[in-house]
Design a protein around this ligand. Structure first.
Ligand SMILES: Cc1cc2nc3c(=O)[nH]c(=O)nc-3n(C[C@H](O)[C@H](O)[C@H](O)COP(=O)(O)O)c2cc1C
Length: 209
């Protein structure tokens, strides 16, 4: 176990089992997972069932290849979930940004709604709603200080309460999402280009036979 994680678990161990705790970590998705069709659905559906049973709330953000997750709940529940998440080989470079005892939760959502932090993939409406996120994008949270992290949580906390900000929903894998959003506005251009490419290929073949 990395030294930093040992320090995190020893800090957790010093707290009472029922203390309300907030833990925020960042990580990077592994290359293999970026090609996975189902990673977001798998994580979301696991979190939906497990976190509700365990009284764990929070939020999960993804952007630019990085995750940032905030989990809140009783210390023993958070410690057990953290062990499992940190051991998950779908992500790497796991680093804890914040670990603190709290009086009340910042998030009420145990479904661990995924917030997709890629501004260029958002609809114009989502961009407008999420203007406060600009200072945190492009999303590169590994070097954030505790103060940066607190500030970010303050901003996304608003997303957890209705009306929810409708950032692009994850229904595709990260790569598929990218392709879909690049291709969609340029469909006519791509069709014409595709047609011209076929003509060019046929022309070249005819020239050489
Ligand atoms: C970035 C990330 C966040 C995750 N968050 C949660 C979560 O909030 N709740 C949960 O139950 N599993 C979450 N998981 C899944 C766990 O890491 C793990 O796969 C799951 O708890 C099953 O563990 P097991 O195979 O040891 O039973 C997350 C995985 C990743 C990669």
């Amino acid at each position: 176990m990395p030294k930093m994680h040992t320090a995190v678990f020893s800090k957790l161990n010093k707290l009472e089992d029922t203390t309300l705790v907030q833990l925020v970590y960042v990580s990077s998705m592994t290359l293999g997972s970026r090609f996975s069709m189902t990673i977001f659905e798998e994580v979301e559906s696991h979190a939906r069932n497990f976190n509700q049973q365990q009284g764990i709330t929070g939020t999960l953000c993804y952007g630019n290849g990085h995750f940032l997750q905030c989990i809140e709940g009783e210390k023993d529940k958070i410690a057990a979930l953290t062990q499992r998440i940190f051991a998950d080989n779908r992500h790497k470079h796991v680093q804890v940004l914040l670990l603190q005892a709290i009086k009340q939760r910042s998030f009420t959502d145990w479904r661990m709604r995924l917030l997709f932090l890629e501004r260029w993939l958002w609809s114009p409406a989502a961009k407008k709603q999420a203007a406060q996120l600009s200072p945190f994008l492009p999303f590169a949270p590994h070097h954030w200080s505790a103060a940066d992290t607190e500030q970010f949580l303050q901003v996304i906390k608003a997303f957890d309460t209705p009306p929810h900000i409708n950032a692009a929903g994850i229904t595709y894998n990260a790569l598929g999402n990218m392709v879909r959003h690049i291709a969609a506005p340029h469909q006519a251009f791509l069709v014409v280009q595709g047609f011209l490419s076929v003509l060019l290929a046929v022309g070249l073949v005819l020239l050489y036979i």
